[in-house]
Write a protein that binds this ligand. Structure first.
Ligand code: ZN
Length: 248
């Protein structure tokens, strides 16, 4: 069985017979993070992969453990939050564009945060950071409280023990990131305090609203503890999810 994310049918679990055998014509098309054109046939209640053609193998993601890890973050997020057959409009295109950009970006971590934010937006559960989620007053940033889904104004925030301050600058950065334009994201320069706020907001938001801790994100962040300065290393480690695929 392979897990595929398709444009037309969302997440699909399909039988791919013989992909473990040498010379299988299907195997390259279902490699991790591979964009492919697939032909699926339904037989006895299961999808069976019968033909496949690789469109883009994204080799660069398999040669660099950091990029590999961040590619896995997006795939894990999709696999763990999407029901089989559930189509989220625009998600397939966003995933392909993410994998393309991840091959060359100088800021893989920022790109991955942008994907997570944009994914929350697509799902209609993005953090509210331009108005107070309790009283509706216009704000930019404020005291972020996960249970309120966003950043509260000073009046509403008093007495909220779990709040942390989201600066107007960090809020503007989040607005820019969640539109998910990889070229614009590449031009963003985040200060260290902004990085800390953005990272904490995303983690708290995903944990509270989706009850998720992304294993691939923990893995890729643990790499920083022993990675060589150049950031290049052999392929390996654990990944999150199956490839992206067109479905005929
Ligand atoms: Zn308020």
């Amino acid at each position: 069985m392979v897990s595929l994310y398709t444009r037309e049918r969302g997440l699909v679990e399909a039988v791919a017979q013989g992909i473990g055998k040498p010379g299988s014509s299907l195997a390259p098309a279902v490699e991790l993070f591979t964009h492919s054109k697939l032909h699926l046939v339904e037989a006895r209640g299961a999808d069976r992969l019968t033909q496949a053609r690789v469109i883009e193998p994204f080799y660069a993601l398999r040669r660099d453990m950091t990029r590999y890890g961040y590619a896995a973050v997006a795939c894990e997020l999709i696999v763990r939050t999407t029901e089989t057959g559930q189509v989220v409009l625009g998600l397939f295109e966003m995933l392909v564009s993410y994998l393309h950009a991840m091959q060359t970006t100088a800021q893989p971590r920022v790109l991955s945060w942008a994907f997570e934010l944009a994914w929350l937006e697509l799902g209609g559960i993005g953090p509210v950071i331009d108005r107070c989620p309790r009283c509706g007053r216009d704000t930019l940033g404020g005291s972020y409280v996960a249970s309120h889904g966003g950043a509260l104004c000073p009046d509403c925030a008093s007495g909220e023990p779990s709040a942390f301050e989201l600066s107007p600058g960090a809020a503007r950065t989040i607005e820019a990131m969640r539109r998910f334009d990889p070229d614009a994201i590449e031009r963003l320069r985040l200060t260290e305090p902004t990085c800390r706020q953005v990272q904490r907001l995303i983690r708290d938001h995903i944990r509270y609203h989706l009850d998720l801790n992304l294993r691939s994100e923990q893995f890729v962040e643990s790499l920083g503890r022993w990675r060589r300065p150049q950031g290049r290393s052999r392929d390996g480690g654990e990944g999150g999810a199956g490839g992206a695929a067109d479905d005929e």
